[in-house]
Design a protein around this ligand. Structure first.
Ligand SMILES: Cc1ncc(COP(=O)(O)O)c(C=O)c1O
Length: 416
């Protein structure tokens, strides 16, 4: 349909989008019955396979009861259930959850909570520290967090300043720590926002957990609020339920979205520790968090999230995540020294391969050729520039993983 403007797409040069009429498990099916194996969980959202009947039924049940209600002055059982189940699972001692409807808003709210926390106490702390190459969404606030880059070039004049430090990638740990210490010589730092253990959009780059832990400790020592963006890493992707579980130091705020509903419906959640919330709890209305979205805590989305949690916490799902992680590790051992690869690593259920490419940016032409190479073989993998990654729904089978690995091998051993 010529009237639809698709995301992250140059409409003039892109091929016509593939129309999907059915999703079942790991497969997406077209009108004429062609199946595509979804190797990236449809933009990292799907956890248990497409159209999972258990989640679909729970949403249908909820839809026949209550589809939506304003969440200011009202509440409902799915939000109450989700909150009481989610809080004890989150790393650290999270005390409250604020709901929204996507990853960008979950992060934007985390930032607003951190900044207003200091404002409510008449503190001058307003500045933000982030990692270079981070990605937190596409609103102006979250674009600012990424710093000025090729993706947000038209908006540079409208982005606000942040202090970006080198992420603690193996080999750069000391540099990262030094840069944080230098940034903290200024006493107006409100918060530090980070993607824990792995930076997604910048190319699935994995961090040293010990160094990341050290960074959080330094922030704590300087009374800087730490905000973990677990929008991609949440709900089992990195091997543990949340990436921050692997850190001794816990964040003060955690942002969630994507997999939270199992990939069925949009939902964002921003959790914070009780101490932060207390700075908003006042007789004074101006101290409230005056923020909200029409579909905040939508009952269908919350019911979907509760159903997805049932599946995520099952032994069967845990076993699947371990199977995927082990298969990725074996793949990495076999291929990591291949001359065509600059980097090949995995973290939990995420596998990433960086191809050597002199034009190694988001706009690398390799991205286009790799994408179509896989699509022609009915596999959906969507490289980030010269970085190919596999991030499948947890229901994938060993054989389906092997098919993906064998197809990747063709790109390494063949002419591509
Ligand atoms: C780490 C991280 N944060 C935030 C976002 C933004 O999420 P959304 O696309 O739902 O706005 C993304 C999206 O890829 C992400 O990877």
């Amino acid at each position: 349909m010529a009237a639809i403007w698709h995301p992250f797409t140059q409409m003039k040069t892109a091929k016509a989008p593939i129309e999907i009429v059915k999703g079942k498990g790991i497969y997406l099916t077209t009108h004429d019955g062609v199946d595509y194996l979804d190797g990236i969980s449809s933009w990292w959202t799907n956890l248990h396979g497409h159209s999972h009947p258990y989640i679909a039924e729970k949403i249908a049940e909820q839809a026949l009861n209550l589809e939506h209600v304003i969440f200011s002055g009202f509440t409902h059982p799915p939000a109450l259930e989700l909150t009481s189940r989610l809080l004890p699972l989150l790393p650290g001692k999270m005390g409250k959850i604020f709901y929204s409807d996507n990853g960008s808003t979950a992060v934007e709210i985390g930032l607003k909570i951190a900044i207003q926390y200091w404002h409510n106490q008449n503190s001058g702390k307003t500045k933000i520290i982030t990692f270079k190459g981070g990605y937190h969404g596409d609103t102006f606030g979250t674009m600012s967090m990424a710093g000025k880059n090729v993706l947000n070039r038209p908006f540079w004049n409208h982005l606000f300043d942040v202090t970006a430090i080198t992420p603690p990638i193996i080999g750069l740990e000391e540099k990262s720590i030094r840069e944080l210490q230098a940034a903290l010589t200024s006493d107006n730092i409100a918060c530090f926002l980070f993607e824990p253990l792995i930076q997604g959009v910048s190319g699935m780059v994995i961090h040293c957990s010990k160094a990341l832990n050290h960074l959080l400790k330094i922030c704590k020592d300087h009374q800087v609020i730490t905000i973990a963006d677990e929008v991609m890493t949440g709900f089992g992707r990195t091997g543990t339920l949340f990436a921050c579980e692997r850190l001794e130091e816990k964040p003060d705020i955690i942002c969630l979205s994507k997999g939270i509903t199992g990939g069925f419906l949009p939902l964002g959640a921003t959790a914070c520790i009780e101490e932060i919330y207390q700075a908003f709890h006042s007789e004074n209305k101006h101290k409230a968090l005056l923020h909200g979205h029409s579909y905040t805590a939508n009952p269908l989305a919350c019911a979907s999230a509760c159903a997805s949690l049932d599946l995520t916490q099952s032994l069967a799902c845990e076993k699947q995540r371990t199977m995927i992680a082990n298969a990725h590790t074996t793949f990495v051992k076999k291929w990591k020294h291949h001359p065509k690869l600059k980097r090949c690593e995995s973290l939990g259920t995420i596998l990433s391969l960086e191809y050597r490419d002199k034009n190694g940016t988001y706009f690398s032409t390799l991205s286009h050729s790799l994408y179509h190479f896989f699509i022609e073989r009915h596999i959906l993998l969507r490289p980030l520039g010269n970085v190919l990654y596999v991030l499948p729904p947890y229901c994938i089978s060993k054989d389906e993983l092997t098919l993906i690995y064998n197809t990747i091998a063709l790109t390494l051993e063949g002419d591509l």
